[in-house]
Design a protein around this ligand. Structure first.
Ligand code: SIN
Ligand code: FE2
Length: 212
């Protein structure tokens, strides 16, 4: 049963076919997730990557897991090595994996085995243009996306870039899971508004878990 509009977190909201928002689901895990982000970024620092079109992304990124996502002027890749350090991407912290698997299951996706976690850091003004997550070899597995810190407007469309967009505010601890029919739906993040958050200060962080 969907527990709509319950007054105690977490609660679920359907977003699209195959897509669910688990509101505040990661709230109780926020401190351990932030500690994980600090550990990971001490080994593989946040950096603003350059797209194949030559555009420097406003979002700063790093990864953990057995592979990580990166872009440069040559294209998008999942690779074992962080191109900046020349070393393996840091291991995915156990708490990250456990949360991602629990969220996938609660949204209806059993046996989720993410091997990559992309960590996005948004400063005020940073945005992520409308895109599809389609660099994974298998599209069977869902995407699990965890939001921490400052709120942001998430756009969620359809299979075509110009399909109508839903706009939902993602707040600290919210988790979005999309797969099945909506696995390739276009999505993005509108420019982050300035603010202060007790856990993340002037930033929003987002973790996206993928089975590549
Ligand atoms: C993404 O699409 O990879 C990230 C979305 C978000 O930051 O919420
Ligand atoms: Fe994405």
């Amino acid at each position: 049963m969907l527990d709509l509009f319950a007054d105690t977190p977490p609660w679920q909201e359907p977003l699209a076919p195959g897509a669910t928002i688990l509101r505040r689901r990661a709230l109780a895990n926020a401190d351990i997730l932030m500690a994980g982000i600090r550990d990971v970024s001490a080994q593989s620092p946040f950096r603003q990557m350059v797209t194949p079109g030559g555009y420097t992304m406003s979002v700063a990124m790093t990864n953990c897991g057995s592979v990580g996502w990166a872009t440069d002027i040559h294209g998008y890749v999942y690779a074992r090595l962080d191109p900046q350090t020349g070393r393996n991407w840091p291991e995915m912290p156990a708490a990250f994996l456990a949360l991602a698997q629990a969220c996938a299951q609660e949204a209806g996706y059993e046996h989720f085995q993410p091997d990559a976690c992309l960590i996005n850091r948004y400063a005020p003004g940073a945005k992520l243009s409308l895109h599809q997550d389609k660099d994974e070899k298998t599209l069977q597995a869902p995407i699990v996306s965890v939001s921490l810190g400052l709120p942001a407007v998430f756009q969620f469309g359809g299979l075509k870039r110009n399909d109508p967009l839903q706009r939902v505010l993602l707040e600290h601890g919210d988790v979005v899971v999309w797969g099945g029919e909506s696995r390739l739906f276009y999505h993005g993040i509108q420019p982050l508004k300035e603010g202060h958050h007790p856990t993340t200060d002037a930033f929003r962080y987002n973790l996206t878990f993928r089975h590549t």
